[in-house]
Design a protein around this ligand. Sequence first.
Ligand SMILES: Cc1cc2nc3c(=O)[nH]c(=O)nc-3n(C[C@H](O)[C@H](O)[C@H](O)COP(=O)(O)OP(=O)(O)OC[C@H]3O[C@@H](n4cnc5c(N)ncnc54)[C@H](O)[C@@H]3O)c2cc1C
Ligand code: SF4
Ligand code: SF4
Ligand code: SF4
Length: 561
Amino acid sequence: MQKLTRAAYGLPGGSLAFKTGAWRNERPVHRPGHAPCHAACPAGENPQAYLAHIEQGELQQAWLSLVDMNPLPAVTGRVCPHPCESDCNRGHYDEAVCIHGAERFLGDEALRCGWDYQLAPVDGDVQRVAVIGAGPAGLSAAYHLRRLGYQPCIFERESLAGGILRTALPAYRLPRNVLDAECEHLLGIGIELRFHTALGKDVSMRELGDDFSAVFLAPGAHKPREWNVEGSQPCDLHEGLHLLNQWVEFGAVPSMQSAAVIGGGNSAIDVARVLRRAGVEDVHVITHRELPDAELPPHACMTANPREIAQAVEEGVTIHPHHGVTRLILRGEHAVGVEMVHMKKLFDAEGHLQRVPFEGTESVLHVDQVIPAIGQEMETGGLEELAAGRAFLQTDHWGRTEHDGVFAGGDATPGAGTVARAIGDGRRAATAIDAFLRGQHITERQEAESIAYQDLNLLYYDHLPRVEEPILSVEERKADAEVESSLDAGRIAAEAGRCFSCGQCLACDNCWTLCPDNAVLKTEKILEDGSFYVFDYDYCKGCGICADECPCGFIIMVEEE
Ligand SMILES: Cc1cc2nc3c(=O)[nH]c(=O)nc-3n(C[C@H](O)[C@H](O)[C@H](O)COP(=O)(O)OP(=O)(O)OC[C@H]3O[C@@H](n4cnc5c(N)ncnc54)[C@H](O)[C@@H]3O)c2cc1C
Ligand code: SF4
Ligand code: SF4
Ligand code: SF4
């Protein structure tokens, strides 16, 4: 039996003598809500939950809540474009909570302290699941499968785990000691990993089908998209991804004085910044899309992380947004420049927005190299039947393909490729594989409604500036030196305190102390809805003061039946 406490002035003989509950035509109820940061995270994280633990000083609990969804927080805290922050309600008030900073801090802290992931015990007779690729999608699927009690085995054609994060992401954004430590920590939970084993070369789908109960395919997208201008290509073309692979492996790029990088995604910006670090004087990025702008629809903007774009500009990269390349200028078969044109936006007959060259705005850029970085497709070796001539594997929301027992996710499936999305894909597929192996029907997803800014009572929150991660000066940004560094525990705790706790009770006692009928009772232990409060409907007259004064939208009024 829970001990219940009435607010101090609710004494017998006082207002409790009148059972005001009979007057009511509306009643307050607790509505635990989905915070918008949670809804926006492709990995499925609930930042509100771990920020609340951080605020209470429960750091390990915070990390456990985080890795319930995402086993690679030190990675995502560094490289995720953090759509959670774009949707954070605090952004409408002053500045969004620095969620990625908290995530990065918890990831680093877990590695420093050696915290263990929570696992279900695996008994002798478990089913085995094959995972192709040790990138974020494969690692996430293996982690969640292991947590569900299966024995995953990852097949990876390279000699180390990490996927594109290891082979292409420059270390000034993701230091390799962080990637190594987080991969090692994750694999240490008992995941078998067979290196130098490529699907389509060393093992076939048929063999996997014979030896494993299910297969998750996460080979990523490593084949650069075809690129030419009106059919012409320089003879010494260096494709962006290959150039990044060279930089990561050897710390050098082919010699050049100037370059035009084509594309508006992370690869294009990484190539441009790597070239600047390699000493290339004059680096340009040419993209059809606009610079990131909250007022524009996402598909109109460059897909690279806005903060990387800003840092590239600081480092001397010139961006030509809203431009296309109309002509390659060749001397012999070598590029010596490009002709660019401003693009204008027109609606076609079906009302679709098209970008077309704005004639008369052509200009010439003289450069030594033209480097396409326009994205990749899946390499279909070993997957010809599943790919059926397409550039990506087709799946449903749960990663199920048309073939029973075969699941897929990450960059090998259509859609914007990010680490967080790959991690979310791996987790959903693990859930679907579990349902498949148990012969259960998987329930279709239901989009929970997020708590809107208007649902909050902002009178209870002070305006406070957001903390920002320390960042190297442009002069200090050399080679692999990490550009941004972690925030300390004190600043992270202060930042967690800025969270509005959208949709979750923050135990402020407002409802308990402000109810004029003493109809809110405080419980000793936390309840299932995450609060310490219940309504005593014998006394609640439905005035709605508690709902009005609840800061975080946790109480709503519903019509009395
Ligand atoms: C230059 C660059 C910068 C990026 N920057 C960011 C960023 O800042 N933020 C962000 O969120 N995302 C970024 N991304 C995207 C992100 O890296 C990917 O979305 C993510 O890595 C996809 O994970 P994945 O597991 O699907 O594939 P991958 O990471 O590509 O991993 C696939 C793994 O499968 C292995 N493999 C492939 N074929 C086979 C086979 N036949 N047999 C066995 N193994 C195989 C590969 O060796 C690899 O290890 C960037 C991508 C690039 C290229
Ligand atoms: S993975 Fe990305 S979107 Fe999700 S909480 Fe972390 S920074 Fe935000
Ligand atoms: S204020 Fe907190 S709970 Fe609300 S969206 Fe931002 S981080 Fe999430
Ligand atoms: S008013 Fe405060 S204590 Fe009451 S439900 Fe809302 S957040 Fe929780």
